[in-house]
Design a protein around this ligand. Structure first.
Ligand code: NZQ
Ligand code: ZN
Length: 385
């Protein structure tokens, strides 16, 4: 097995009563809190009131950083950094989905740097030193941002959506009922994002099956099973709870130990997002099956195993190649079954020029069994349209 260093410094509070623990946690930090959130859903569903009650109880001075948009921009993160500096903020309480968490992380990291975060990190390999702490209250699961030190940010000036890296949230609060007000389609999009994180890890190297792959198969089965249950019983907290934890698990780094991760579909989708502002999970669902049809020959055995272990396809009387393809078909059928797009035209991406720009600007991954060239990515995107 490859050498590795593993740590997970995030302290996770999971369950319906977890917000009770937030008051005590806030006591660990200084008086000035920046409450960051998105476009206002937390004001409609009562989560804002819960947060302000907890902050009041903890005796904090509260400042607000609101209006964080889906696919958060670098300019918005700069706005957050300015607020952190202006009010000498001691801790950020980020309340939302991946976008709010990512934008808040980037704001915290920028505030800790005396140079431009984007340029410093991507051009000079500089990282923030001693950024102020961030606490996350998750209202939409899927990205796993609550468990990692990554922030995916759109730089509108450059036309690039890119991952920045810094610190982990110090505490993450996962209360399943906080996702109840999320439109079902967005909930499904998040769950598919977590399945995509699993697949993009699973189909990376090495070729032999290691324990991380077997754990991953189990998480993928759980996502598929619980997504079906959550759609059939939207009021039931149990499948939702499982899905939220599946999504966090996929980003704890545990499934990536010993693996060379791929994330080529993500790299493509991020650039589609930069050019069209499309929903992350929808963009991924439109790409995955077609991408796998184009690369599976590089490791037929693994794709065949995916068909058998994840989608439970009976391998009797099938060649390995036919089994591998049946697994990819099953993935596509599943995407249709849960109501997500299998083509980019379903999310109004019909401009070939955008596909060309996406193929020309996305990062190319080294992780998977077959590496796609820019021309092959363009052909793939045309087929996905
Ligand atoms: O703006 P608000 O009011 O918060 O509304 C949001 C937004 O409109 C809404 N929402 C969230 N919780 C809700 C709710 N509406 C009603 N009730 C609730 N409880 O849902 C909409 C989408 O939210 P968003 O945060 O954008 O979704 P998601 O969690 O899918 O995050 C997507 C972003 O995360 C990035 C994606 O690229 C995208 O920018 N990713 C971050 C990663 C990471 N940090 O590790 C990895 C991922 O692969 C991904 O790239
Ligand atoms: Zn993702």
């Amino acid at each position: 097995m490859n050498s590795f260093y593993y740590e997970l410094p995030v302290r996770v509070h999971f369950g319906e009563s977890c917000i009770d623990e937030l008051t005590e946690v806030l006591g660990e930090y200084g008086p000035n809190v920046l409450l960051s959130y998105g476009g206002g859903s937390i004001k409609k569903n009562g989560i804002y009131d819960d947060m302000t009650a907890v902050l009041r109880k903890a005796g904090k001075n509260v400042f607000e950083f609101s209006g964080i948009m889906p696919n958060p921009t670098y300019a918005k993160a700069q706005e957050g950094a300015a607020l952190i500096r202006e009010h000498a903020i001691d801790v950020v309480l980020a309340v939302g989905g991946g976008s709010v968490l990512d934008c808040s992380k980037a704001a915290v990291w920028q505030a800790a740097m005396d140079e431009d975060l984007w340029e410093g990190q991507l051009q000079r390999g500089r990282f923030p030193e001693n950024p102020i702490p961030l606490l996350a209250v998750l209202t939409a699961a899927g990205t796993g941002s609550e468990m990692n030190k990554e922030a995916v940010i759109t730089n509108e000036e450059l036309g690039i959506k890119e991952s920045l890296y810094g610190s982990y949230p110090e505490h993450s609060f996962l209360r399943p009922s906080y996702t109840m007000s999320l439109p079902m389609k967005q909930f499904i999009s998040g769950a598919f994002d977590s399945l995509s994180h699993c697949m993009e890890t699973y189909f990376g190297g090495p070729r032999r099956i290691i324990v991380s792959d077997e754990l991953n198969e189990s998480v993928m089965r759980s996502i598929i099973r619980n997504l079906r249950l959550a759609i059939a019983h939207p009021e039931d907290l149990e499948p939702r709870s499982e899905l939220i934890w599946d999504s966090s698990l996929a980003e704890t780094g545990i499934l990536k130990i010993g693996k060379q991760t791929d994330f080529q579909a993500h790299q493509i989708e991020h650039q589609l997002g930069a050019f069209t502002d499309c929903n992350h999970g929808f963009g991924l669902s439109a790409i995955h099956a077609e991408m796998y049809r184009r690369i599976y020959k590089g490791d037929v055995a693994r794709f065949a195993r995916f068909a058998r272990e994840v989608f439970g396809i009976d391998p009797s009387d099938m060649t390995e190649d036919a089994l591998a393809l049946a697994g990819i078909d099953a993935l596509e059928d599943f995407i249709r079954e849960i109501g997500l797009p299998t083509h980019l035209s379903e999310i109004d991406i019909t401009d070939e020029e955008i596909l060309r720009k996406t193929a020309e600007t996305c990062n190319l991954s080294e992780g998977c069994c077959t590496h796609l060239s820019r021309e092959e990515i363009f052909e793939l995107l045309k087929a996905c349209m």
